[in-house]
Design a protein around this ligand. Structure first.
Ligand SMILES: *[C@@H]1O[C@H](CO)[C@@H](O)[C@H](O)[C@H]1NC(C)=O
Ligand SMILES: *[C@@H]1O[C@H](CO)[C@@H](O)[C@H](O)[C@H]1NC(C)=O
Ligand SMILES: *[C@@H]1O[C@H](CO)[C@@H](O)[C@H](O)[C@H]1NC(C)=O
Ligand SMILES: *[C@@H]1O[C@H](CO)[C@@H](O)[C@H](O)[C@H]1NC(C)=O
Length: 377
């Protein structure tokens, strides 16, 4: 016991030092309790029982943000964003250092599914694990799954949900969680934290699907499509999805996507792919990560990806199989959940867990007969 305790203490100290070294932008220290009972994977799991205390740096609010003109009339979420915009490093609560089998082995993963999921979305994660995000060999190549998450609220609710993710992690080994609040305006932060993690742990992954936990993704078709790219094994540029061009920040404060001039002055966004889901190569993911280090965070995550691509001189392209704006069913008399519409697409936005479960099974039904007219591609 003493040995374990001493070793854990050393390990925790080493991690602490590393984090201190990595996070030069931290000023103050916040206290985190570390469990010393478990031998492995304990270091990043804060708990209140049988624990000792050591220091963890935390990112401080930028008080000068309040001096920006018109600050006081901005909505609360935007104010909060401006106060914490510079914070890019947060402690990991759940990690998967061996997910890709190490740096070199990560080349064996053909498609890594990276799914943004907030802690409360338990049902969505459960159904994804049984359907399109199932880890498997398809057409001779590996598909792997990772959910990326922050934390919810504070106090008991936060603790309870952290415990839930911890349980899920024990069973499925598919969650990355950082200790930042998982809000809409923090989605870009989540994205950048993932890319940083990927560079460290899975830099040679061939392709990634980056998406939300409420989309229907036909991952079999994705593998087929990616395998058909004869001149790209993941080491060249690829970024494709539902292309959005010639738009700019929405300036009306009632919108979910409201971006005031205090956040971005320019009236235009670069071309980008809708964030419900897009496909990219491992190479492009690393380029985006590199670019992100010198681009101020914009709270709209998919636009931010477009900014990183633009800075690298790369373009996103459209894939007509990605329908993040929904399917266009030609007539209201037709069943919008006819599996024949979904057999050929790559991705469709917004599915309820029960619909997801049913659809995944229906499109794999060997007796399913679809006339050519049902194809929307
Ligand atoms: C905000 O502006 C006021 C007046 O210009 C100045 O006195 C104060 O130091 C500024 N506060 C911060 C935190 O920069
Ligand atoms: C804090 O906010 C001010 C005003 O927006 C900005 O000029 C400054 O760069 C920010 N500081 C940091 C550390 O981001
Ligand atoms: C992002 O997360 C940090 C850390 O939890 C939090 O302080 C900040 O308020 C969050 N930002 C927004 C805009 O929610
Ligand atoms: C990212 O930046 C690092 C350090 O500057 C460089 O070594 C690496 O080649 C870059 N990666 C890509 C994919 O551009």
């Amino acid at each position: 016991m003493r040995n374990i305790r001493a070793r854990n203490f050393l390990l925790a100290g080493a991690v602490g030092l590393l984090v201190l070294h990595l996070c030069k932008d931290f000023i103050d220290h916040k206290t985190i309790r570390i469990d010393v009972r478990e031998e492995n994977s304990h270091i990043r799991q804060p708990t209140t029982e049988n624990s000792y205390v050591y220091s963890w740096p935390s990112c401080q609010q930028n008080m000068s943000a309040a001096n920006i003109s018109g600050f006081s009339s901005l909505p609360g979420g935007i104010k909060d964003f401006l106060y914490y915009r510079h914070c890019r490093h947060f402690p990991m609560l759940l990690d998967l250092p061996d997910k890709c089998g190490g740096v070199d082995k990560s080349a064996d993963i053909f498609l890594l599914l990276v799914i943004k999921s907030s802690p409360v979305n338990y049902e969505r994660r459960e159904v994804l694990r049984k359907t399109w995000a199932k880890e498997r060999l398809h057409n001779g190549v590996w598909i792997r799954r990772i959910f990326i998450s922050g934390t919810m609220d504070s106090g008991f609710e936060k603790k309870r949900l952290n415990k839930l993710l911890e349980l899920e992690q024990r069973e499925y080994n598919d969650i990355l969680q950082w200790d930042f609040s998982d809000t809409f305006y923090n989605l870009t932060l989540k994205q950048v934290l993932f890319l940083e993690w990927m560079e460290r742990n899975c830099p040679k992954v061939r392709f990634l699907l980056n998406g939300d936990d409420d989309v229907f993704a036909n991952t079999d078709n994705m593998v087929d499509y990616l395998q058909s790219l004869k001149d790209n094994d993941g080491s060249k540029h690829l970024f494709t999805g539902h292309l959005i061009q010639n738009v700019g920040p929405i300036r009306s404060s009632g919108s979910k996507y409201f971006i005031p001039v205090q956040v971005q002055e320019s009236n235009s966004y670069p071309p980008y792919c809708g964030g419900g889901g897009f496909l990219l190569s491992g190479h492009t993911a690393l380029v985006i990560y590199n670019m992100s280090q010198s681009i101020t965070i914009l709270p709209i995550d998919d636009v931010y990806m477009g900014m990183c691509l633009a800075k690298a001189g790369l373009s996103p392209v459209s894939h007509m199989g990605v329908k993040t704006a929904g399917l266009h069913i030609p007539s209201s008399k037709l069943d919008a959940h006819d599996p024949c519409y979904y057999k050929e697409v790559l991705l469709v936005h917004r599915f309820l867990p029960s619909h997801m479960y049913l659809m995944w099974h229906r499109i794999h039904d060997p007796n399913l007969k679809c006339g050519a007219s049902k194809k929307l591609l």
